[in-house]
Design a protein around this ligand. Sequence first.
Ligand SMILES: N[C@@H]1[C@@H](O)[C@H](O)[C@@H](COP(=O)(O)O)O[C@@H]1O
Length: 322
Amino acid sequence: MLNEMVDRVLEEYKSREIEKVFLVGCGGSSALMYASKYALDHEAKTIDSDLYSSNEFIHRHPAKLSEKSLVILCSHYGKTPETVNAACFAREKGAMTVSLTYDPDSPLAEASEFVIVYEEGKEQPFLNDAHAIMYELVFGLLYIKEGNPKYEAIIHSLAALRPVIEKAREQALLAAQTFGRTYRDARIIYTMGSGANYGIAYWFAICILMEMQWIHSHAIHAGEYFHGPFEILDKGVPIIQLVGLDETRPLEERSLGFSRQYGDTIITLDAKDFDLSEVDDQVKGYIAPLVLHRVLRVYAEELANARNHPLSTRRYMWKVAY
Ligand SMILES: N[C@@H]1[C@@H](O)[C@H](O)[C@@H](COP(=O)(O)O)O[C@@H]1O
């Protein structure tokens, strides 16, 4: 069963004219929206969409932002000022604002017309996970406005995902421990992906490696790899290559093939290696990044353990003015 706040938003869609969707957030909260942007690009026939870092959304001031816009925002703690301000800005323009947050009493919840409180933890239904709610909102919109046929398949697949993810995490544990031991002293680790996966590569690079582990990183787009970044490839340069199941898989296979030819520290996470038999074939490409995200979280935990550098360590974030 869908979260009752998601139901309320889907109901509201019916009476609103929506021409454009803006996906707005910062850092990890932005990264978790990339797969939804991919889905909108691939599926939407009439509805336009864009993804913005919160402050850029305000300063760039898109001319199309209007009462015919849907602005979906996300902030885990609901306190990131840029995202709270973006919600206020969108409301001033008459847009429908829907915010995802973990904290129902946060400033973001206060600033938004609709608030959806997500839940974390393996005892919670996966339908209430933030990544899942993003797909419920986006496919719900595509279903209501354009009769998109994949809505039911997405909901059923998300509802079945918790055990799929737990199994994938268990399956990945040994490889993640080896990763932690092998790369505990690495000064740089790149990530790479494309399509629906790119946001996960971006999240791991900026939130896990840079923010939480203080390891240099960059999320390389698998298509862009051959237009600059591949010149850094050498023996001993670690690259985490994500390989998904969406239409851009050939891009990821190409970068993986090249990296394996000239490099020797390529860590491959291929969604095909996990059991997704409970996921509807039509939406496997959209679901793969959600599984890879949770698997990568195990890699993050094992790296943090091996380095004795807890994922909660910060030197500037929430500590100094910025
Ligand atoms: N990894 C994220 C960061 O990227 C983000 O800046 C911060 C605040 O984000 P939020 O707005 O989601 O509360 O939280 C996490 O630490």
